[in-house]
Design a protein around this ligand. Structure first.
Ligand code: ATP
Ligand code: MG
Length: 462
């Protein structure tokens, strides 16, 4: 009993930050205007209001607009249930497993509409029915479809800067958690007790880091402090969800900074255990390879070019291969099968953490296979490789390895020249290879002697 009293006292203290009446900022106190909001989002809000529901533009788009960043998308929060929302719009679909949401489609734009939700009631230790609760024993919330009031919706959001509601009709901002203050001070701060909020949903640790990198904010010290200790909780998160989060971490244009923050807060190892171990063993080379891959990704995104998760995963996991290859070779497996088996093992293990779909693991493996083939250029091989559908990715990957310091005997330059050369120049480039060791040009009859097909610098690292 006393324990319970104390617990609720502690919680109410820790939750002193959010409040039940919002600070209301009128048009003179902030820069956000109705015209800044996507007209489709305004349309959704107004139709819901006309139908008698409360509705606000909320979350990342309000935050981003206050910071002069173009929002990725617009989210709406409403008192209408998903079914009620769907009934209002012809072009609406209910989606979501963990959370039920409604997507309202306007051509290519999707407005995401979420019903106000409440925090889950605290698990009652004396409750006979606690097995029915929606919490895991670690405190993690497994289901979260308990609807609530606007105030409750604000309290259950993750960070203060994400809990701002914009009233498009009156151009007011409702601020329940001092989010505007934190935006001004460039701080990522959890609403409520940080430890408890991370335990409810450990992915919030990744979100803290992602927003810190994207917005160039600091993580407020009480929100930052527990992360390293709680980082292992990420191991319990379903692998498909972590895969989605990893894409957001590394494909949003701030991957390089995100990676540094992940390392700083011990969040990289639970996501990529084998890569983290390789980084520890060989920080120079592995650090350069990963950082360079992420820097290239950020640059491509900044230039509006496409990026593929396959290349990213190929790079992040490449450093984990050599140790595996070595272990298999020590057990007597020949180099080529050892390489294949190591690739298979590394990917299978990684998929237990982040469920990478086949459409990305297959091309990632092709990129790796090409690293074995690019040194072997004799005869028609070089021309056949140029025709390979993944040649470009394989070649880019080779350059990445070289930038990280792998010794390849100038293979990247050779391929750069070869692509630009005329037919006759190409023929002489191939002739000039004759007799060189790592070209794979050894006569066929040597094939069975075991001395053929060096692995090149392959996965050897430094
Ligand atoms: P961006 O879309 O730029 O990545 P965002 O803040 O809009 O950022 P979303 O993932 O789209 O992020 O989520 C929308 C809103 O839902 C957030 O602003 C936050 O208020 C709330 N939210 C999302 N994920 C969580 C979570 N794990 N715990 C609590 N609230 C969350
Ligand atoms: Mg969003």
């Amino acid at each position: 009993m006393l324990k319970k009293l104390f617990k609720s006292f502690r919680l109410s203290l820790n939750r002193s930050h959010p409040r039940s009446t919002p600070e209301v900022l009128g048009g003179q106190q902030h820069s956000l205007r109705r015209n800044d909001i996507s007209r489709h989002a305004v349309n959704v809000v107004e139709r819901l209001q006309n139908a008698g529901y409360q509705a606000y533009v909320v979350g990342g788009c309000v935050r981003d607009l206050l910071l002069d960043i173009e929002p990725k998308d617009f989210d709406v929060a409403t008192s209408a249930t998903p079914e009620q929302v769907r009934a209002e719009f012809r072009n609406a679909r209910v989606i979501g497993r963990r959370f039920k949401l409604v997507h309202v489609h306007f051509g290519r734009e999707i407005i995401e509409v979420a019903t106000f939700r409440a925090h889950h009631p605290e698990d009652d230790e004396d409750d006979e029915d606690s097995h029915l609760s929606a919490r895991h024993e670690s405190g993690r919330i497994l289901r979260d479809n308990v609807y609530g009031s606007l105030e409750e919706d604000a309290q259950r959001r993750d960070f203060t800067i994400n809990a701002l509601y914009f009233d498009v009709t009156r151009e007011r901002i409702l601020d329940y958690a001092h989010g505007v203050h934190d935006i001004r001070n460039h701080l990522i701060r959890l609403i409520g007790d940080p430890e408890q909020r991370y335990q409810e949903d450990p992915v919030r640790m990744l979100r803290a880091v992602r927003f810190a990198a994207k917005l160039d904010f600091d993580i407020e010290k009480h929100s930052a402090a527990p992360i390293s200790r709680l980082a292992p909780l990420l191991r319990d998160i379903p692998a498909p969800r972590l895969f989605e989060e990893v894409l957001k971490l590394f494909l949003s244009g701030y991957a390089e900074d995100t990676f540094e923050l992940l390392l700083e807060h011990d969040l990289f190892a639970p996501l990529f255990p084998a890569s983290a171990a390789a980084l520890e063993r060989n920080p120079g080379y592995v650090g350069r390879l990963i950082r360079q891959a992420l820097a290239n990704t950020d640059e491509r995104i900044a230039q509006g070019k496409t990026v593929t998760p396959a290349f990213l995963f190929a790079a992040l996991l490449w450093p984990a291969l050599p140790a595996r290859v070595l272990a298999l070779q020590e057990r007597g497996m020949p180099p080529i099968p050892a390489m294949q088996e190591a690739a298979h093992l590394v990917i299978t293990e990684q998929c237990r953490r982040t469920a990478i779909p086949k459409r990305f693991t297959l091309p990632a493996r092709e990129i790796w296979d090409l690293q074995e083939r690019l040194p072997r250029r004799q005869g028609k091989r070089a021309d056949l490789l140029l025709e390979h559908p993944r040649f470009r990715a394989g070649y880019d990957f080779l350059l990445l390895r070289e930038e990280a310091g792998e010794q390849t005997g100038g293979l990247g330059d050779w391929w750069t020249d070869y692509q630009e050369a005329s037919d006759s120049e190409r023929r002489s480039m191939i002739r000039a290879l004759a007799g060189k060791d790592d070209t794979g040009g050894a006569p066929r009859k040597r094939r069975r002697s075991g001395g053929r097909r060096q692995r090149g610098s392959g996965a050897n690292g430094d």
